[in-house]
Design a protein around this ligand. Structure first.
Ligand SMILES: CC(C)(COP(=O)(O)OP(=O)(O)OC[C@H]1O[C@@H](n2cnc3c(N)ncnc32)[C@H](O)[C@@H]1OP(=O)(O)O)[C@@H](O)C(=O)NCCC(=O)NCCS
Length: 186
């Protein structure tokens, strides 16, 4: 059985995240695709700890760092936040790690953080991800037309959202699905 954990960032992740974010396997799914310089990366990394609106975790499988998950725009006044994640290492894709991260993040946001709404944006071309979100109960709420310029071409972006009140009814079947894939959740 593979163990997936999400842990806080450490200084050792500074270089790792720079390499991941510039890799074609990750940059292809991000809004910006220019090469990120060390200085730009360092400004971003150094700004994380002081920003209460953002949280980042390194995703590990059996203790090996394989990806990054984050919350953004954490907004207590509206009781909501956005999220995103990537699996940088293609060798761990298709094994259920993404499913585990979906479940973990939903539980964290509605449980530990006690927020009411979790939302995200996904490039329409990234069908695997928005379908995965939908399978975890996210509803497609928006289509932002020509929202992002990727490789010199406009791309549409799908907006999805999940409400805390919808999660209890969804949770048992999704927990069972994860367990069937060999992942243990509480
Ligand atoms: C899409 C992605 C994040 C899913 O994570 P994963 O660990 O590979 O997903 P899982 O193994 O948990 O699979 C979840 C479901 O999605 C399906 N799926 C996964 N990758 C898929 C793909 N490329 N195309 C179609 N379906 C896919 C699986 O068949 C599975 O379906 P099931 O639950 O009915 O069995 C990952 O495969 C991926 O492509 N990462 C690169 C892009 C990325 O990181 N995007 C995020 C940007 S926010």
């Amino acid at each position: 059985m593979t163990t997936v954990t999400l842990r806080d960032l450490t200084e050792e992740d500074r270089e790792r995240l720079h390499v991941w974010r510039n890799s074609p396997e990750v940059a292809a799914y991000m809004y910006t695709d220019h090469h990120i310089s060390r200085a730009e990366h360092n400004r971003w990394f150094d700004g994380l700890s002081a920003d209460p609106r953002r949280r980042y975790w390194v995703i590990e499988t059996d203790g090996k760092p394989v990806g990054l998950a984050n919350l953004a725009e954490i907004d207590p006044s509206h009781s909501r936040c956005a999220w995103a994640y990537y699996l940088a290492d293609p060798s761990v894709r298709g094994l259920g790690v993404g499913s585990f991260v979906e479940f973990w993040m939903i539980e964290h946001v509605f449980g530990a953080l006690g927020l009411n709404r979790l939302w995200c944006e996904v490039l329409i071309s990234n069908e695997a991800v928005w379908k995965l979100h939908q399978s975890y109960g996210f509803q497609r709420e928006a289509l932002f037309r020509q929202h992002v310029m990727k490789n010199g071409q406009y791309q549409d972006v799908v907006g999805l959202g999940l409400l805390a009140e919808d999660w209890p009814a969804l949770r048992p079947a999704l927990k069972a699905r994860l367990e069937a894939k060999g992942y243990q959740v509480d």
